[in-house]
Design a protein around this ligand. Structure first.
Ligand code: FE2
Ligand code: FE2
Length: 274
C-alpha cells in the first residue's frame, strides 16, 4: 500500500490580467524569466510525462496504482492547459514564449523518437522529482511567492499541491514495470543537468529577446533567490542528491504536511476551484 496522498483532479478558474507587470517577480528579470522558461516548457513536458506513463498503463493490474495513474494524467493535463493560457499572456507582453516552447518540443520529440519507453519513463521519473522538489520550496516560502504576479502565484500553488500529490505515480510505474535502479539514477543525473542548463538558456533567450540586461543589484537578488539562505537551489539540492541513493522512493521525503491543509492555508486559491 502506498503512502502517497490521494490524487484529486481540480479544475481551476484563473483570471490572467493582461496588464500584469512585465517582470512580475519583484521587477527582477532574471528570476521572472526563470519562471517564464519553466512555464513555457510545462505544457509539452507534461504531455510527455503523460505519454510515457500511458505507455505502461495496460500492463498495470494493481487497482490502486491504476487509479493513481488516472489522477496523475488528469492533473497534468490541466496543468498544461493553465500554463498555456499564461504563456499566451506573456507572449502578448512581447516575450517569444512560442519560440521557447518550440525549442523544448524539439528536445522532447527527439527523446520520443530516439529513446526506448523505459528511458523516456525514467526521464519522467527524474523530472517529477524535480517538480515535487520545486513545489516544496514554493509551499515552504509564502514570503517568496508573495513577490510574484498574483495569478501566477495562485497557479503555482495549485500546481505545487498537485505535483506533491502525484509525485510517486511515475516512479511506482517505473519500479513495477522497469525496475532498473542503474537506469533510473543515470537518467536522473542527465535529466537534472539538461533541465537546469535548458532553463538557464531559455531564461537568457527571453531576456535577450526583450533587450533586457540585469543590473548588478538584480544579479545579486537572483543569487540570493537561488543560492542564499532558503534559496531555491540551496534547499532543493539535498533532495536532488537523495534521489541518487539506491532504493530511494519519493515518499522517503515526507511532503504530506505541506499539502494536508492547503485549502485552509490558501483559501484564495481553493476558491478558484470550479
Ligand atoms: Fe504538473
Ligand atoms: Fe507532475
Amino acid at each position: 500500500m502506498s503512502e502517497a496522498a490521494s490524487i484529486t483532479v481540480r479544475r481551476m478558474n484563473f483570471e490572467i490580467r493582461p496588464d500584469m507587470e512585465k517582470y512580475w517577480f519583484g521587477g527582477n528579470p532574471l528570476i521572472s524569466a526563470f519562471f517564464f522558461a519553466m512555464s513555457a516548457t510545462f505544457p509539452d513536458g507534461e504531455r510527455f510525462f503523460i505519454d510515457t506513463v500511458r505507455h505502461y498503463q495496460p500492463g498495470i493490474d494493481d487497482p490502486e496504482l491504476k487509479q493513481r495513474i488516472r489522477g496523475f494524467i488528469g492533473q497534468e493535463a490541466h496543468h498544461g492547459k493553465a500554463h498555456e493560457d499564461f504563456n499566451q499572456a506573456l507572449e502578448d507582453l512581447g516575450f517569444p514564449m512560442g519560440e521557447v516552447t518550440e525549442r523544448s518540443k524539439w528536445l522532447l520529440n527527439n527523446a520520443r523518437q530516439r529513446l526506448s519507453p523505459k528511458r523516456q519513463l525514467a526521464i519522467t521519473v527524474a523530472l517529477e522529482h524535480v517538480t515535487a522538489t520545486l513545489a516544496e520550496h514554493a509551499l515552504r516560502h509564502p514570503e517568496i511567492m508573495a513577490q510574484m504576479d498574483p495569478t501566477f502565484r495562485d497557479m503555482l500553488i495549485w500546481h505545487a499541491v498537485e505535483e506533491i500529490e502525484h509525485k510517486s505515480v511515475a516512479f511506482d510505474v517505473f519500479r513495477q514495470q522497469v525496475g532498473s535502479e542503474w537506469l533510473r539514477r543515470r537518467v536522473l543525473l542527465l535529466s537534472l543537468i539538461l533541465f537546469f542548463v535548458r532553463m538557464m538558456g531559455f531564461q537568457r533567450f527571453l531576456m535577450r529577446a526583450d533587450k533586457r540586461r540585469a543590473s548588478l543589484r538584480e544579479w545579486w537578488q537572483a543569487m540570493r533567490f537561488f543560492w542564499g539562505k532558503g534559496g531555491l537551489m540551496r534547499e532543493s539540492l539535498p533532495h536532488f542528491l537523495k534521489a541518487f541513493r539506491r532504493g530511494f522512493h519519493p515518499d522517503d521525503i515526507d511532503q504530506r504536511p505541506l499539502i494536508a491543509d492547503w485549502q485552509q492555508h490558501y483559501p484564495e486559491v481553493a476558491a478558484l476551484q470550479r
